[in-house]
Design a protein around this ligand. Structure first.
Ligand code: ADP
Ligand code: MG
Length: 255
């Protein structure tokens, strides 16, 4: 029994949070783990990437966080695992929550009621360090940080780590960094190699061994509403996310 809650976060957009949420979730499910993915980005990219038509969603994460709808009523089954969807409704949530009690605690309260049903709960975060991300960090055991392997890789990581530290002090002393994941790695360029080396020397064993290469199949899969292991099981993308899942299972599997 694991019951690990992992928030995937980086306030930079386009670094691979959603791609990793969808595909790590699918690879964990394929390894026999019970998985729930919670989409807390108003863009709802994880929701549509898993083949869910947002216009047909009855209850979403907004209803859970803002109106305190029991989360069970918002959970839907997708091909491989469960999802709490998000829609554009969520874009007003931070303002609506601003004057409410225990506003940092909403997601945690909701997840407490279902966490025993899952080995891994993944939270796909918006590209911001606002109240929704604070909700995710308050609910989570650990933060997985996807970092795009490019020149500005480390930029903004200080702010992210500060936010994690603030949440530790105020709401969740046990919050851990699960690890840094290097994404969109292009091994043909010296720059990518240098950046990967720099990140590893700075964060040492906090960086996952698995690196996610640039792989066009990974960017095509969402428009078919499929995780990469279903869309193209023989692709490099499928292989590396399966490998990442093995690392995450080794990290938390026996806890
Ligand atoms: P975020 O959620 O951090 O904003 P996404 O996961 O949505 O980032 O990725 C941003 C864009 O890059 C998307 O179009 C996605 O399909 C694409 N992408 C993500 N990871 C890869 C990869 N390893 N190879 C190629 N394209 C990728
Ligand atoms: Mg995203």
């Amino acid at each position: 029994m694991t019951n690990q809650i992992i928030a995937l976060a980086n306030q930079k957009g386009g670094v691979g949070k959603t791609t990793t949420s969808i595909n790590l979730g699918a690879a964990l499910a394929q390894a026999g783990k019970r998985v729930l993915l919670v989409d807390i980005d108003a863009q709802g990219n994880a929701t549509s990437g898993l083949g869910v038509d947002k216009s047909e969603v009855e209850h979403d994460i907004y209803d859970v966080i803002v109106d305190q709808l029991p989360i069970q009523e918002a959970i839907i089954a997708t091909d491989n695992y469960d999802l709490v969807p998000s829609t554009i409704q969520l874009s007003g949530a931070e303002i609506e929550l601003a004057n409410q009690d225990a506003r940092e605690d909403r997601l945690k309260q909701a997840l407490n009621t279902v966490r025993d049903n899952y080995d891994f709960i993944l939270i796909d975060n918006p590209p911001a360090l606002g109240l929704l991300t604070v909700n995710a960090f308050t609910a989570a055991d650990a933060v997985l940080i996807p970092v795009q392997t490019e020149f500005y890789a480390l930029e903004g990581l200080g702010q992210l780590l500060n936010t994690i530290e603030l949440v530790r002090q105020q709401f969740n002393p046990e919050l851990d960094v699960a690890g840094i994941l290097l994404t969109m790695y292009d091994g043909r360029t010296n720059l990518a190699k240098q950046v990967a080396q720099e990140v590893r020397s700075y964060f040492s064993d906090k960086v996952y061994d698995t690196m996610i290469p640039r792989n066009v199949r990974l960017s095509e899969a969402p428009s078919y509403g499929q995780a990469i292991i279903d869309f193209d099981p023989r692709s490099v993308g499928a292989k590396v996310y399966t490998q990442l899942a093995q690392e995450v299972i080794a990290q938390y599997g026996d806890k």
